[in-house]
Design a protein around this ligand. Structure first.
Ligand code: CO
Length: 180
C-alpha cells in the first residue's frame, strides 16, 4: 500500500494516451490499491492511472458519499451517451485549486472490465456520469481545462499557466480580479 505522486499539467505524461490493460494480474491489483490510496490521501473522488504516471487504461472512482458508487474500471468504453447535457462544476487533482463549469452528457452507458478481467456494464447518470467521462478523457490524454469553451477558459487562463509552469497557485498571488 502506497500513495504515489500525483502528476499535474506541468507533466507531459498527462497528454499521452494510455494503453489497454492485457494482464489482469497482481501487478494490476497493486496499481489499483495505490490509486485508491493516492486518491483518498488527496481527498479526490476519481483518479486515472496516468495521473500517477502509469499509462494504463484504469480508473478508480468513489462517489459513495454523494449517493453513487465506488468502482474500478479497466479498459472502459462508452456504449451510449445522452443527448441531454448538464452544465456543472468540475475540478481535477492534476489541476489543483482550479474549477470550472463544463457541459457533459447527463448519462452514459459504459462497458469495462473489473480487476479480475470480467466484463461489466454500467449505466451512470449525473455526477457519476460526469466523473466517468472526466476520468475516461484522461485515458486519451485530455484534461478538462482543455475542453472548456473559450470564454470559460479565459477566466482561468492565468492560473492554468501558473500550474503548467510547475508552481502551485498558493505560491503565487492570484490575479486581482479574483478575491477568493
Ligand atoms: Co482529472
Amino acid at each position: 500500500m502506497a500513495e504515489r505522486r500525483i502528476r499535474t499539467i506541468a507533466d507531459n505524461v498527462l497528454y499521452k494516451p494510455s494503453k489497454l490493460v492485457e494482464n489482469f494480474d497482481s501487478q494490476l491489483r497493486d496499481l489499483v490499491r495505490d490509486m485508491y490510496d493516492t486518491m483518498y490521501d488527496a481527498n479526490g473522488v476519481g483518479l486515472a492511472a496516468v495521473q500517477i504516471g502509469v499509462l494504463k487504461r484504469v480508473l478508480v472512482i468513489d462517489l459513495e458519499k454523494s449517493g453513487f458508487i465506488r468502482g474500478t474500471f479497466v479498459n472502459p468504453e462508452v456504449i451510449e451517451m445522452s443527448d441531454e447535457l448538464i452544465d456543472s462544476e468540475e475540478g481535477c487533482l492534476s489541476v489543483p485549486g482550479l474549477v470550472s463549469n463544463l457541459l457533459r452528457p447527463k448519462s452514459v452507458k459504459i462497458k469495462y472490465f473489473n480487476v479480475f478481467g470480467e466484463p461489466q456494464e454500467l449505466y451512470a447518470q449525473d455526477l457519476l456520469a460526469r466523473a466517468i467521462l472526466h476520468e475516461m478523457d484522461h485515458l486519451d490524454g485530455k484534461v478538462f481545462i482543455d475542453l472548456l469553451e473559450p470564454d470559460r477558459y479565459k477566466v482561468i487562463e492565468d492560473e492554468v499557466e501558473i500550474i503548467r509552469s510547475g508552481e502551485s497557485l498558493s505560491e503565487k498571488k492570484l490575479p486581482a480580479y479574483r478575491s477568493n
